[in-house]
Write a new protein. Sequence first.
Length: 264
Amino acid sequence: MALQFPEIDPIIFSIGPLSVRWYGVMYLIGFAFAMWWANKESEKPNSGWTKEQVSDLLFYGMLGVILGGRIGYVLFYNFNKFLADPVTLFKVWEGGMSFHGGALGVITAIFVFAWRTNKSPLAVGDFVVPMVPVGLLAGRIGNFINGELWGRTTDVPWAFVFPSGGDEPRHPSQLYEAFFEGLVLFLILVWYRKHPRPAGSIAGLFLLGYGTFRFAIEYFREPDAHIGLYAGVISQGQILSLPMVIGGLGLMIWSHRREAARAA
């Protein structure tokens, strides 16, 4: 007995040729939360941040998410198509965004912003990462509403039959990701940053947490049909998540050791 997908219309409303989609609204929710959170943090005593800097950072971050997400999707998941038709990079109406590409875009934006404002990239990264999980949560809910990126077939009682996924019940892997990569990761970061931490350790924890959750959930998510599993065991998402796990753990260890050496 599987749950039937509610078949929510991905378009909220249309005015002439303009359509407002749930997925786009989810992106707006993520950016709105980031704006609220960043401004709230900047108002704390001795935050070291001004409203103007927050506005600039959010602008850089938005560009990083959109450009990095699109470029990453094309290069990581549709590289052969890109080689055959490079213009596909600009066909955004066909859909396709990659979190890992967006993450690289945001990291680039952090370094550019830090360079232009003479701030530490580690400190900027620590400031940014708590905003990210809420955007991930909203985005994965948008994937669920669209009935896309569903999971592998299963017989668990909470499985869904997605219209685009055939007649077999599947894991609602979008909701798994929304819960773990979104809500749980956000709560972990909020808890961890309650006390002063070495610069870079919060960003490292985000990379470690996201990479670990994504790697695990990939076992429940249906691999991309045109890519499948490498060697029959590992997905593209897992390959892209491994560097995040290793890099995040390394950054946390390095930042704590550097702090300890300074205090010695």
